[in-house]
Design a protein around this ligand. Structure first.
Ligand SMILES: [Zn+2]
Length: 221
């Protein structure tokens, strides 16, 4: 166990140790329902410790609602069984230019404070032999967002999966998001936001990358 000062430093620097989300080997031995039951129990203890009266009608259902929200909504992306199938198709029309899927909603949570990270992802690729259904990109972004995250890891996880599925390095992923752990606690900066950008292949060339950045910077629909 790290000392308390070290714990705060890791949180405030948003330090991440690896591209893989750190998971226990037995992470999914329990079913979702068993997890909900256990989290419900522990969260009711937290509420009680804070001094709340769980016999009150307004509060009595909160531990269950909280547990279900964690397992089924906010953190469903931890479980590989929920990973979207990235079915790809042959690039029959031989489209060889950039395809951009932009303004994809990011609804994530910071793994250091368990507070929301909200914003947008912009993803582009240059197809070679394979193309992917557009909504699959949105689903993949949502899957990786719905787990305790750091923004740097989020873009890398999306990038790696798309590069593998599409069989090309020519992918770029950008995320611009607001971290509630920066705006509502700690430094309490309401206006700042964070952008992360990762890319490979042709996007390493400045002109190609600038074309992407110019398009995502334009007025939206
Ligand atoms: Zn945080």
């Amino acid at each position: 166990m790290k000392d308390k000062e070290q714990i705060e430093i890791v949180g405030d620097n948003h330090f991440s140790s690896s591209i893989e989300t750190p998971l226990r080997p037995n992470a999914f031995d329990k079913s979702d329902d068993e997890k909900i039951q256990s989290i419900q129990h522990h969260f009711s203890k937290i509420m009680e410790e804070l001094g709340l009266d769980l016999t009150d009608d307004s509060l009595s259902g909160t531990p269950y609602r909280f547990a279900k929200m964690y397992v089924k909504e906010l953190f469903y992306g931890l479980n590989p069984k929920n990973k979207p199938k990235l079915s790809v198709f042959e690039n029959k029309y031989e489209y060889k230019k950039m395809l951009i899927e932009q303004n994809i909603t990011i609804d994530s949570s910071c793994e250091h404070h368990f507070l929301p990270i909200v914003g947008y992802a912009h993803v582009a690729y240059i197809p070679q032999k394979k193309v992917i259904g557009l909504s699959k990109i949105n689903r993949l972004v949502d899957y990786y967002a719905r787990r305790p995250q750091v923004q740097e890891r989020l873009v890398l996880q999306i990038l790696n999966d798309l590069q593998e599925a599409l069989g090309t390095e020519d992918v770029i992923v950008s995320v611009t998001a607001k971290h509630l752990c920066v705006s509502s606690r700690g430094i309490k900066d309401q206006s700042s936001f964070t952008t992360t950008l990762e890319y490979g292949g042709s996007f390493s060339k400045t002109d190609i990358r600038n074309e992407f950045l110019k398009i995502i910077g334009q007025e939206k629909i």
